[in-house]
Design a binder for this molecule. Structure first.
Ligand code: SF4
Length: 230
């Protein structure tokens, strides 16, 4: 796998400069795979990267982008993205990426967990002030404590989802469950199944910090989502 960081410097789009590596990267992008060579281009400015290279990338991992030119470049080069997706990309939370491309039937949201290993890379000086080599002791990295995440209970999921949808405006899960159970009975529905379906929605899509609204079946009727889009 050949990784090109700051790709806009090595294969710039027409009008954004020249680089001797441009034509080589174009060839690698379009023909490299038949020789078993992978290419990964990384940039914070997709609008400045040669479209011939981006359009050859099978899988695209997109983090939050707000610049309109960059958003347009992404939508035009990546298969399966629409202007609605551009809105989602603008609002992506830190640590959440949209993965899209020809190898996926539709774009998916992924949450990237915090790295558990310590950082190995470090700039070291091996030449002392007098111009002699001297061994450099790399300080030991502090161990990263693994913090156990507290999982919300089903009642908390129901409380969060119902409030986000705008079905209730309550302060506690108990209050929410009481109101929803009453509503379910009025509608002649089984309160347990009714609450269970909301809890499932919370577990699967409506996460506390990064709700996956783009995939949520309730997205068109959700007050929280509509307010965020304004
Ligand atoms: S649209 Fe988003 S905020 Fe609303 S219920 Fe679904 S995941 Fe939650």
């Amino acid at each position: 796998m050949y990784i090109v960081e700051e790709a806009h410097n090595y294969c710039p789009e027409r009008g954004y400069g020249n680089a001797v590596s441009s034509s080589i990267l174009r060839t690698v992008a379009s023909e490299g795979r038949k020789f078993g060579m992978g290419l990964c281009v990384v940039s914070q400015r997709p609008a400045k990267v040669d479209k011939n290279v981006i359009s050859q990338c099978n899988t695209n991992i997109i983090l939050k982008v707000t610049n309109p030119n960059d958003l347009r470049a992404i939508i035009q080069s990546v298969e399966g993205l629409t202007s609605e997706t551009a809105d989602e990309i603008k609002r992506l939370q830190v640590g959440v990426a949209l993965v899209a491309g020809g190898s996926l039937t539709r774009p998916i949201m992924v949450e990237i967990r915090t790295r558990e290993t310590s950082h190995g890379g470090r700039s070291i000086t091996i030449i002392s002030g007098e111009g002699e080599y001297k061994p450099v002791k790399i300080p030991e990295q502090p161990k990263i404590e693994k913090v156990e995440e507290k999982r919300p209970s089903k009642a908390e999921h129901v409380h969060r989802v119902a409030n986000r949808l705008g079905w209730v405006s309550t302060a506690t899960p108990d209050e929410t469950i009481e109101i929803l159970s009453r509503e379910a009975k009025k509608m002649k529905e089984d309160p347990f199944k009714y609450l269970q379906s909301l809890a499932k929605l919370g577990e699967k899509y409506c996460h506390e910090s990064n709700p996956l609204c783009i995939k949520c079946p309730m997205r068109e009727k959700c007050r929280y989502r509509l307010m965020k889009r304004r």
